[in-house]
Write a protein of this length. Sequence first.
Length: 185
Amino acid sequence: MADTMRAHVVAVADELFYAHGVQAVTMRRVRDTAGVPLKRLYQMFPSKDTLLAACLARRDLTARAAIGQRIGAIEDPVAKALAPFDFLNDWFRQPGFHGCVFAGAFGEAGAASPIVVTAVQTHKQALLELLTELVAKTGIRDADAVGAQLAVLFDGAMAIATFTGDTDAALHARRAAQAVLDTAT
């Protein structure tokens, strides 16, 4: 029961933070929307930053699972390495896209919240590792360097789409990633 309530609160808070921003959402608003007593909310999450970190951990798992699903059925290693950019392209075009929740959380909570910084860094590190692993499967020798380049393109596309609303950012990043892969082989 406690795990179910915790998951419910995280899901509610995640939607609120994504739709309205971290600063605009109070613990009282989370309480009201989730339908849990404020005392219980603070027992589960001693601070808004703790709750935000739990939301980011949830988003990390969701994003990596969605990317994994996207690349799962692809056989060609190069197409697999480019598939995360196709995922971004689809996501940027969905109604309700408000940008990268990790950039937003870092921007709003920033260095003042070590737990949020850790959650953001964990997500970014996992994406770097995934891209590097995908590059390694193409047979490229310096997979670490090329994976890092793809991570910059991935995050750059995310930043452009988040801050400018350019939904073609993932397509531009994909073309650049293809050029990086072509050059590295």
